[in-house]
Design a protein around this ligand. Structure first.
Ligand SMILES: NC(=O)c1ccc[n+]([C@@H]2O[C@H](COP(=O)([O-])OP(=O)(O)OC[C@H]3O[C@@H](n4cnc5c(N)ncnc54)[C@H](OP(=O)(O)O)[C@@H]3O)[C@@H](O)[C@H]2O)c1
Length: 282
């Protein structure tokens, strides 16, 4: 293992190290309903970027189970996005999927248009699409830096700007930060900076949209078992369960549950915050 490999592995252990500032665990369960007529998302629509897999797909499935009509978005994985839609429809839900690069403002506008054409409007927007390039600051190449900033910062800006124009009164806007913004491990500076931007986006936008009864928050997951981490190799996940008070690695559903809690009526008073969701690793 090279020095860089060892350093990348360490940063992943450290990335999950951040305090949980809000305890939301009971809220999601409190909002579950087995009665179709009382589903919290009945008559509402949710748009989730980057929902062909990982946290975004888990969020789409969860919100669909809560009665939301959902718009699935992907960059390249057409078949995975289609499979999420098929699964939701098989469960009795409503969903569409559209390709759009969030870094492209026009494509994001077209994505929201597609949602409106299908479902009449949008009540929940989750800016989830993101990529993670890591390595020594001195070795970070322009292309890797530029693509990550274009996706994570400009892309989320595009999505949140469109959301601020289109989300219906009483809605929710959520963007994905990361617990890495507290632990600040070496070799992650550009990624961590791109995720820190989400906390600022959410806390400031909350002040702009509050007059329309719209809550805006960021969620900061710790390490979650998705391709975003697995692309760095199995060793990247080593040690994280043992170091986590809840003794396991985060799963996409752990984050989808917190998103659902914020979307529920009981979550309305949580506004302008960055919500850490990391199993207590600190
Ligand atoms: N996993 C973690 O440990 C962790 C921790 C903290 C925060 N987060 C954040 O959580 C979010 C989701 O992460 P994840 O782990 O679920 O990632 P993932 O499994 O790698 O999935 C990424 C998703 O984003 C989509 N995507 C990537 N670039 C895009 C673009 N330019 N336009 C539209 N869609 C794009 C991908 O689409 P394709 O399938 O078409 O490529 C995919 O659906 C990210 O913002 C990430 O920074 C993750």
């Amino acid at each position: 293992m090279s020095e860089n490999d060892a350093s990348r592995r360490n940063f992943l252990t450290m990335a999950a190290a951040a305090p949980a500032v809000l305890a939301l665990g009971g809220m999601a369960a409190a909002q579950d309903s087995s009665t179709a007529g009382t589903l919290p998302g009945a008559g509402k629509a949710a748009l989730i970027t980057g929902s062909s897999r990982g946290i975004g797909a888990a969020t789409a499935r969860r919100l669909a189970r809560e009665g939301y009509a959902v718009t699935i978005n992907y960059l390249t994985n057409h078949d995975m996005a289609a499979a999420v839609v098929q699964e939701i429809e098989a469960g009795g839900g409503r969903a569409i999927f559209r390709q759009a690069d969030v870094a492209d403002a026009a494509a994001v506008g077209a994505l929201f248009d597609a949602n409106e054409e299908a479902f009449g409007g949008v009540d929940v927007v989750v800016s989830n699409a993101g990529i993670m390039n890591v390595g020594p600051f001195a070795a970070m190449e322009d292309e890797a830096f530029d693509r990550m900033i274009a996706t994570n910062v400009k892309g989320s800006f595009n999505v949140l700007r469109e959301a601020s124009r289109r989300v219906r009164d009483g809605g929710r806007v959520i963007t994905l930060a990361s617990s890495i913004i507290l632990s600040k491990p070496a070799f992650t500076a550009p990624y961590a900076a791109s995720k820190a931007a989400q906390e600022i986006f959410a806390s400031t936008l909350a002040k702009e949209l509050g007059g329309r009864n719209i809550s805006v928050n960021s969620i900061a997951p710790g390490a979650v078992d998705t391709q975003l981490l697995r692309q760095h190799g199995e060793a990247a996940l080593a040690g994280i369960p043992e170091a986590t008070p809840l003794r396991r690695l985060g799963q996409p559903d752990d984050i989808a549950n917190v998103i659902a809690a914020l979307c529920a009526s009981d979550g309305a008073w949580i506004n302008g915050h960055n919500v850490f969701a990391n199993g207590g690793l600190s």
